[in-house]
Write a protein that binds this ligand. Structure first.
Ligand code: AMP
Length: 569
């Protein structure tokens, strides 16, 4: 079925798959999602950025081709660094991961400008389902730096299911999306019913994908060269890049051929003599090399089914997306597990971008006649650090109290009541975490905020209501209220990316603009309110933790216990 395009009065809005290896941009045309190709006709663009000797930025195929010749001027797989805040060195310059991603997005915007006309453009950008809050924020920021108004960040498997959802609108079905790309793996179960697509469960591994398969091959090549020539080519940066490129070529060809030969006369030099590599590689050998990694993905398939409380037989459709699902062994493992073939009829490289365009179309009104609604799930549990009453009279700080459980349907608002731990306590600083461990130090810190003005009460504990709101962009909004006096202080969530994020955004923008040739400026208004100023919590100022109801009695704390959550951060 197709969608009614309706009236064309909306602002252009595009869907973007910002991938580890490749990226793509799509939009809705005549009621259907469609890839916007580059001016030279490429439908996907390598997510590789290069700064050439003249300081000019190149993105895509040209940059990818420079990986071997100019590895120090080229950055690939930057998605794996998103949200770390760690600058990467490229051509002697330090750029943040989101700045490099912004250069990729700018390239895609160029294609969209050419196809749809220049001007203000909204975007829906996809991320892996398990991306943390920082990673989502970094992605949003990359989009804004590139000049998009980022309308929504959606999970990649949701997008993939949306792309396939076009044909299934009237059905009731459980859809399993297995997405194995260049650097990330995601598996999700979505339920489609009466035009509503709901993600029931999602899991994955952010450090697993085709890149790892390439490196396994590189290691195997290197072992062969060490055995034959006593030289480790991985120590030579150029040889390493050359072998990586060859590994990917071999891997891709093995998806179609049973045996592939490698014949490289010059990989590196030893004692001023060229050292090469000449071997034949069979599909079986390659599959053995990566078998443990593929088995790990199947473990995730079992886990996601358990999370969704389904069996393999309950799954109506299995979708394979991501370039690495072209590996024959992936298809056969899935077939063996589910007892039937998975669908790959939408190009696995394009499904996510096409689905993002569907989401964009739902938002813009271009697909308003479809009747399709999308919900999503929280990829992690979110909550705060509390004290836990242990056996005897001891109390341990740093327990994780979950407010929004993993896989809750979002958008979601949930609140919990906590109590002050000490007599006369007038302020509570709450540490916010996401993760699944019962102790916060093993989870991921999202920031902390301070509630002041709690009535001084020497007799009883004071109740504090903590509210978490998590929206479809994966942005968490936390507030807290002192119940007895209604004191609801403006709570400032520390932006885990940077304290002074607006200033940092400006700096990033300037860095990007100085690099690119034709960088369209981002207006100040485009800065999102979510980029809050960092709170100036005084490190010396001890904060008192909240306590669960059960733990109220017997709270016998010394100063050290009160001061810390136990987190090493
Ligand atoms: P994606 O991130 O979805 O664009 O997937 C990119 C990954 O898919 C890269 O690691 C590619 O090497 C891999 N890939 C693309 N085509 C093939 C193929 N025919 N066989 C195996 N892997 C492939």
């Amino acid at each position: 079925m197709s969608f009614d395009a309706g009236e064309n009065t909306f602002r252009p809005i595009v869907g973007i798959d910002l991938g580890t290896t490749n990226s793509a941009i799509a939009h809705i045309r005549d009621g259907r999602p469609e890839i916007i190709p580059s001016p030279r006709g490429d439908r996907i663009t390598p997510s590789v950025v290069m700064i050439d000797l003249d300081g000019k930025v190149a993105v895509g195929e040209e940059a990818r081709a420079s990986l071997v010749a100019m590895p120090d001027r080229t950055v690939a797989a930057v998605k794996r660094k998103m949200g770390t805040g760690e600058p990467l060195s490229i051509a002697g310059q330090a750029l943040l991961p989101e700045e490099i991603s912004a250069l990729i997005l700018k390239e895609l915007k160029r294609y969209a400008d050419a196809a749809l006309g220049e001007g203000e453009m909204e975007a829906v950008i996809t991320v892996p389902a398990y991306f943390t809050d920082e990673q989502r924020r970094a992605t949003k920021r990359a989009g804004e730096l590139a000049g998009f108004a980022v309308e929504r960040i959606i999970n990649e498997p949701t997008a993939a299911a949306l792309a396939y959802g076009l044909e299934h609108l009237d059905d009731h079905a459980h859809v399993l999306v297995y997405d194995l790309g260049g650097g990330t793996f995601d598996v999700s179960v979505c339920e489609l019913m009466g035009g509503v697509l709901e993600v029931q469960a999602s899991t994955g591994n952010r450090q697993l994908g085709g890149e790892d398969f390439d490196w396994r091959l590189v290691d195997m090549f290197a072992d062969r060269m060490i055995a034959e020539h006593g030289v480790d080519p991985r120590l030579d940066i150029r040889a390493r890049a050359l072998l990586k490129e060859e590994a990917e070529r071999v891997k891709k060809r093995l998806s179609a051929e049973a045996t592939v030969s490698v014949s490289l006369p010059l990989v590196t030099v030893k004692d001023n003599r060229p050292v090469g590599l000449h071997i034949a590689m069979s599909r079986e050998e390659f599959e053995t090399l990566i078998d443990d990694l593929l088995e790990e993905t199947m473990e995730s398939v079992r886990k996601v089914l358990a999370d969704a409380r389904l069996t393999a037989g309950d799954v109506d459709e299995i979708l394979l997306v991501g370039g690495s699902t072209r590996i024959v062994r992936v298809q056969s493992l899935m077939q063996a597990f589910f007892g039937r073939a998975a669908r790959m009829d939408i190009n696995p490289d394009e499904a996510v971008a096409l689905g993002a365009a569907v989401q964009a179309g739902l938002k813009s009104g271009a697909l308003s006649a479809s009747g399709l609604v999308v919900t999503d799930v929280a990829p992690f549990s979110m909550g705060i650090a509390v004290l836990r009453h242990m056996s005897g009279r001891s109390v341990k700080p740093g327990a994780f109290s979950v407010i929004i459980p993993r896989n809750s349907t979002i958008p979601v608002t949930k609140s919990e009541r906590y109590y002050t731990a000490l007599p006369g306590q007038t302020q509570v600083a709450i540490e916010i975490y996401q993760g699944e461990n019962e102790w916060v130090k093993y989870n991921h810190s999202l920031g902390e905020f301070l509630l002041e003005g709690i009535p001084e009460n020497q007799e009883e504990a004071e109740a504090i209501q903590v509210q978490f709101r998590y929206n479809l962009n994966g942005i968490l909004d936390v507030s807290a209220t002192s119940v007895s006096n209604g004191q609801s202080m403006r709570l400032i969530v520390q932006d885990a990316l940077k304290r002074d994020s607006q200033e940092a955004f400006e700096e990033s923008r300037q860095r990007i603009d100085s690099l690119s040739q034709s960088a369209p400026a981002v207006d100040e208004e485009d800065l999102d309110d979510d980029w809050l100023e960092g709170s100036d919590l005084d490190d010396d100022e001890d904060w008192e933790e909240g306590l669960d109801d059960e733990d109220l009695e017997d709270s016998e704390l010394d100063d050290e216990d009160v001061g810390g959550s136990g987190s090493g951060r």
